[in-house]
Write a protein that binds this ligand. Structure first.
Ligand SMILES: NC(=O)NCCC(=O)O
Ligand SMILES: [Zn+2]
Ligand SMILES: [Zn+2]
Length: 508
């Protein structure tokens, strides 16, 4: 039996893609949650696709039946911000596309979007190298791409990436001076190009010149430990860069996505912009929502260094303000910025915080920690949980409702979360290759008991069942909903410019 309201494309007959040998799964009696609605229902899956959602679906003998009564059946998480197998600060992130994705699946995330770093400034070479890295993937993934220099080749390559390769977002680093950082002049060119292609511009918003000055200030004061990292790049520098990027995007009239919003200062700039009708998306990350910077003062270097990321984890108070902004809709979706280095790699900076590779874990922990912090605490509804961990990401990157929804026709990326069972996070039991975990010892209620990735059960009874090569590259088309109507706004702006010119012409 099918619920008519749950079909988005054709009828169920068209959507039966299974062959006699197709994997068939029936999830019985759970509360099925989408961003717009929740209801007790069964979910029938065949050959990787959700076929029916509705009450009392009957199963034949060849169907695997999973009892979900008393549990939530939700779209698998989509992590909009990860760095797997990335060369950074003289070393390579410890999680590659196999270990990072295996960790993700164990924590209920079934898709992520990673950042391609160009090779010697070449986007095409960067894209090919990331496709190669991702050959060992165990779940679906997409790519954003960083822009690190500007010339005709980069401009042409952006077009190829969008029109042929399935990339619809480009990231501009306003920090990491001398490495990934770009100038305002480059940012402006990039924003214009993004707009013309219908691609979303993303920014790492910190003032890189001022950060370099702040670092020098700390070293001059003899502050060389991990606490120097936080002290050298205070919230005001994040607020400044966020405001600047928002203003430049507004000048070009193109949407902007601010990654890893870590401070009240940045969040308030986003709130102000959204209140005045600007299309700005704010992405907090789990570390910013649940941690504070007290760890950076730990006398044990190994402990303190594992919390070094940029922008830094802030003083207590910023975390709660970011949670409130998320529940109020000022910030729209949660990422992780999963960028892991083990304690040996972090020790590169034992005599100078500037050499500690920046980054923390989170790909496995995000779904549990957001549940505990936002839902279990009573700050948001279960439907909003689906929105901020999955559906909104799929909408922003234009792959909804293939991903991010439990609807007939959607990919069967599904988690079953038991609100009465509990999770505990430790480096000993996690699936990342790192020997440390910034959430060590945290526990809470609400545990992902089953993860289904494109119709295959990959996590059940505490066991991972994954095969390298199972994951697929998901192409993301340009011109998401964020671009709708911009042409009309531009036309109105142009005619408002012409009106005074016309008056001048007719008065002479
Ligand atoms: N965030 C961080 O510290 N490392 C990853 C690179 C970035 O996103 O800035
Ligand atoms: Zn960044
Ligand atoms: Zn990042």
């Amino acid at each position: 039996q099918q619920m008519p309201g749950y079909l988005f494309d054709g009828d169920a007959g068209d959507l039966h893609m299974g062959s006699a040998s197709a994997t068939k799964i029936l999830i019985k009696g759970g509360t099925v949650v989408n961003a717009h609605h929740k209801m007790v229902a069964d979910v029938y899956i065949e050959d990787g696709i959700i076929v029916y959602v509705g009450p009392d679906i009957k199963a034949n003998d060849d169907v695997k039946v999973i009892d979900a009564s008393g549990k939530y059946v939700m779209p698998g998480g989509i992590d909009p911000h990860t760095h797997l197998d990335m060369g950074f600060m003289g070393t390579q992130t410890i999680d590659d596309f196999f270990s990072g994705q295996a960790a993700a699946l164990a924590g209920g995330t079934t898709m992520h979007i990673d950042f391609v770093i160009p090779v010697d400034g070449s986007l095409s070479a960067g894209f090919e190298s990331y496709l190669k890295k991702a050959e060992k993937s165990v779940m679906d993934y997409g790519f954003h791409m960083a822009i690190t220099k500007w010339d005709e080749d980069v401009s042409k390559d952006m077009e190829i990436m969008v029109k042929e390769k399935g990339i619809n977002s480009f990231k501009f680093f306003l920090a990491y001076k001398g490495a990934l950082m770009v100038s305002d002049e480059l940012l402006l060119q990039g924003l214009k190009k993004c707009k013309s292609l219908g691609a979303l511009a993303m920014v790492h918003a910190e003032n890189g010149d001022a950060v370099a000055e702040g670092q020098k200030r700390m070293i001059d004061l003899g502050i060389t430990g991990p606490e120097g990292h936080a002290l050298s790049r205070p919230p005001v520098l994040e607020g400044e860069a966020t405001a600047r990027a928002i203003r430049l995007a507004s000048f070009v009239n193109t949407p902007l996505y601010v990654v890893h919003v870590m401070s009240i200062d940045a969040m308030e700039e986003i709130a102000k912009a959204r209140n005045s009708g600007k299309r700005v998306i704010g992405e907090p990350v789990v570390s910013g929502l649940v941690l504070n910077d007290s760890w950076l003062w730990d006398p044990d270097f190994t402990t303190a260094a594992k919390y070094v990321m940029s922008p830094p984890i802030r003083t207590a108070g910023h975390d709660k303000a970011l949670q409130a902004a998320l529940s109020a809709g000022i910030l729209q979706l949660v990422g992780t910025d999963h960028c892991t280095f083990n304690s040996t790699q972090k020790a590169r900076g034992s005599d100078d915080f500037q050499k500690i590779p920046n980054g923390v874990n989170g790909i496995e922990e995000r779904m549990h920690l957001v549940w505990e912090t936002m839902v279990e605490s009573g700050q948001i509804s279960v439907t909003d949980y689906v929105r901020i961990t999955s559906a909104e990401c799929a909408r922003i990157f234009n792959i909804y409702p293939r991903k991010g929804a439990i609807l007939a026709g959607s990919d069967a990326d599904i988690i079953i979360l038991n609100p009465n069972s509990s999770f505990t996070i430790t480096a000993d039991s996690h699936h990342s290759r790192s020997d440390t975990n910034v959430y060590e010892g945290r526990n809470g209620k609400g545990k992902v008991e089953v993860t289904i990735s494109r119709g295959k059960v990959v996590w059940e009874n505490g066991k991972l069942m994954v095969e390298p090569g199972y994951g697929r590259y998901v192409k993301m088309p340009p011109f998401s909903y964020l671009f709708e109507g911009l042409d009309r706004a531009d036309a109105a702006y142009l005619s408002s410019l012409r009106a005074p010119v016309q008056r001048l012409v007719s008065s002479t």
